[in-house]
Design a protein around this ligand. Structure first.
Ligand SMILES: [Zn+2]
Length: 343
């Protein structure tokens, strides 16, 4: 049975909301209210599939430099999109990939915001010296809960539930060697193998209760950790991470830990680094939109910060590649960055 929030818990949050917000100060992204029965999760605030497509088509019509392409279809026949800004094929190229896991949505919301910025004066000049590829939502079926298994135990409320898996119940981020699922196949055949990509950030969401040095994190990062990755590729991945860490750390509200991850090459962070020699960075935002476990989801009050954390990450990395400053990054911070722990 699907667990529903009782009205009094929502009302209770409203009463305590002022106190909480005040005492949390600027650390909202790191210590914002989690779900745990304290706050409702309304999936309707997210772009569903039709809204996502409509957003992309509107931006495509407005933006001269933007190109929109359909790279394939999901198990349930939904289109998967690629947004391209290619000003010069000789420019370095970065790929931003979001929502391989359908219940990890704010990275997509942030990517859409970034796409909007690319069409305005906010990122003026960046596109002259970097090519940007964005796959905003790979798992288009899981993102709207249209899957061949039950989601009745998921805690999210709203018109639909969201799940990590694709419609067949497969974790797409374990399919980067075999590439069996249509979503992963589309990504590899029509993006990875078609462009000369230098950098990639793979954007995810992790559980809500992780901390670094005693403080809840707003996210975590990690470079390729398979021994088969070229050391130069790994070094450039660490530089990409340095740009992200510095950008988020200086906000005052962001607090990043080092993600604890394995060396399996079925995961894009490792597999794509080895197969294509692309410098990859995993970025895990805090708190998922939906899950069967309360401790993995985060209430909506942190949404603004987490979306902004995504926008800042995309903007800062695109800019650092565009102006070449990424190559001067000091990667020694990685040696002192503590791994995050479960609270
Ligand atoms: Zn994920």
């Amino acid at each position: 049975m699907k667990r529903k929030l009782l009205t009094y818990t929502v009302a209770g949050t409203l009463v305590f909301g002022g106190i909480t917000a005040g005492s949390m100060g600027v650390s909202a992204a790191g210590e914002g209210p989690n779900y745990n029965g304290n706050e409702t999760i309304n999936t309707s605030i997210l772009h569903d599939h039709e809204e996502l497509v409509s957003f992309l088509e509107t931006q495509d019509a407005k933006q001269e430099q933007m190109e929109l392409e359909v790279i394939g279809q999901s198990v349930k026949d939904r289109d998967i999109h690629l947004v391209k800004y290619i000003s010069d094929p000789d420019n370095p190229t970065i790929l931003y990939l979001t929502q391989q896991h359908g219940n990890e949505s704010l990275t997509t919301e942030g990517a859409l915001e970034f796409i909007k910025h690319l069409g305005t004066g906010k990122t003026k000049g960046i596109l002259d010296n970097v090519n940007i590829l964005i796959v905003p939502r790979l798992n288009v079926d899981g993102a709207v809960g249209d899957v061949n298994f039950s989601l009745e135990d998921y805690v999210g409320d709203g018109e639909y539930n969201l799940t990590r898996y694709n419609a067949e119940g497969v974790d797409l981020n374990r399919d980067h060697v075999d590439k069996i699922q249509p979503e992963t196949k589309a990504l590899h055949e029509n993006v990875m193998q078609q462009y000369d990509i230098d950098y990639m950030i793979d954007l995810h969401h992790q559980g809500a209760q992780r901390e670094r040095d005693g403080e809840l994190v707003s996210g975590s990062i990690l470079y390729p950790t398979t021994p088969n990755a070229d050391p130069e590729v790994v070094e450039k991945s660490k530089q990409l991470g340095a740009v992200v860490f510095e950008e988020i750390d200086r906000t005052g509200w962001g607090h990043l830990g080092k993600y604890v991850g394995g060396s399996a090459e079925t995961i894009s962070r490792n597999g794509i680094a080895v197969e294509y020699g692309i410098s990859t960075l995993l970025f895990e935002m805090r708190g998922m939109m939906d899950h069967t476990n309360d401790r993995y989801v985060l209430g909506q009050k942190s949404n603004g910060y987490l979306i902004k954390q995504t926008v800042n990450t995309l903007h800062a990395t695109a800019e650092a590649i565009s102006n070449g400053s990424i190559e001067d990054q000091d990667i020694s911070f990685w040696d002192s960055l503590s791994e995050q722990e479960y609270r």
